[in-house]
Design a protein around this ligand. Structure first.
Ligand code: GZL
Length: 375
């Protein structure tokens, strides 16, 4: 199984991209020392084993090694070096913070900004509205942001904001969702998960849990972003390749929201009474589906199995309780990696254009032991 967490607290292999030169190593080691994290040999190769407590001591992200991916330097991007301690750092969050993923993501960025001693940290929240994220970013620039960390709501639509940053050579690090834009030009780097792999791994969990047969409904994430597209592709391709006995009877969006996940599942169960498993593209929708299954007088986890992606405490606790079946992690704790990447980039070192993190996974064999890794 993939997705092991090792025992070390890890800053991640983002620095891997910059450890190409002696100078990078020095810069990165300094940054890591500042962050107080161990530069562990970051491997993420199987069932999570770490028992890190949640909150500030939570499991940090590790990055897939990528020896020959494209990189970006400050010289290539344009702009001037600045020490983070002299920098105004702006963070643009996309979705409203009623989802533990968003709460943990914002907290991680804010905690690391404090740890790195930035001159000023300003955060905004677009409340899941694209036009607001554009204006949020423009406001951050107007307030003097020297660097920007952006969690994009959608893959497209931020062009006016990115142009405003570009016009001032403000470095933009994107976390979480990938933009349809040009790395090292419109933004510096993308930090995030492999969402196709997440979908594939969720399918593997569902195939194993169902014995490879049954009728499955998919609760799609919100439209307009690559996470939904890729988690769907990864899942559907794997089911079609590995489990001819599984029939995907419905796919409908729950907008990554718990209430919508519940209402959509209620409809799907009425239209497809033979459903035996549900794949929800995030935990919030999976927990909504669980409520709908109960309301239909069925047992979640047994009559109808539930698999999802994120790794929220609420979902992992339900696996341990036997009322949920599997979760693939999508680690939102981008703070250390984002600031390590910024530190290296601003020191003039090469950073990866695509810094892909590795994610753990939870199932009935490990959920109780590893619930503190959840967020
Ligand atoms: C994934 C992120 C997704 C989460 C959802 O990186 O974009 O958005 O999986 C959230 O919980 O809504």
């Amino acid at each position: 199984m993939q997705g092991r967490w090792t025992d070390n607290k890890e800053v991640g292999l983002a620095m891997h991209h910059s450890l190409r030169s002696r100078r990078s190593l020095v810069a990165l080691t300094a940054a890591v020392a500042l962050s107080g994290a161990a530069l562990a040999g970051c491997t993420n190769t199987g069932t999570p084993t770490s028992t890190n407590a949640g909150g500030g001591d939570a499991v940090q992200q590790t990055v897939k090694p990528d020896d020959n991916g494209p990189t970006c330097t400050l010289d290539q991007y344009g702009g001037t070096a600045i020490d983070l301690s002299d920098a105004v750092v702006g963070f643009s969050q996309s979705e409203k913070e009623d989802n533990p993923f968003r709460i943990a993501e914002t907290q991680s960025i804010e905690d690391e900004a404090a740890k790195q001693g930035v001159k000023k940290f300003i955060k905004t929240n677009a409340q899941s509205t694209l036009s607001k994220q554009v204006s949020d970013i423009q406001d951050l620039i107007a307030q003097g942001a020297d660097v920007l960390i952006v969690a994009p709501l959608n893959s497209d639509g931020l062009e006016p904001a990115l142009k405003a940053a570009r016009d001032k050579d403000i470095p933009v690090i994107t976390v979480d969702r990938k933009l349809n834009a040009t790395a090292c030009t419109d933004y510096v780097s993308f930090l995030g998960s492999d969402f196709i792999e997440q979908g594939k791994r969720a399918a593997d969990q569902l195939i194993a849990g169902t014995g490879g047969s049954g009728k499955v409904a998919i609760l799609l994430g919100a439209s307009g972003n690559g996470v939904t597209t890729d988690r769907t592709k990864g899942f559907v391709d794997e089911v079609q390749a590995q489990a001819p006995g599984i029939e995907i009877v419905a796919q409908q969006t729950g907008e990554f929201a718990r209430d919508k996940g519940q209402s959509v599942t209620e409809q799907l169960l009425q239209a497809n009474p033979g459903i035996t498993a549900i794949y929800a593209e995030n935990d919030e929708m999976g927990l909504g589906a669980q409520a709908a299954i109960i309301a239909a007088g069925k047992e979640p986890g047994t009559d109808i199995q539930i698999y999802s992606v994120d790794g929220t405490r609420n979902a992992v606790e339900q696996i341990a309780a036997g009322a949920y079946n599997g979760v693939i992690e999508s680690n939102p704790r981008f703070g250390p990696l984002a600031f390590a990447t910024l530190t290296s980039f601003l020191a003039g070192d090469a950073v990866g254009q695509d810094i892909v993190i590795e994610d753990g996974e939870y199932d009935p064999s490990n959920a109780a032991d590893l619930v503190d890794n959840a967020f």
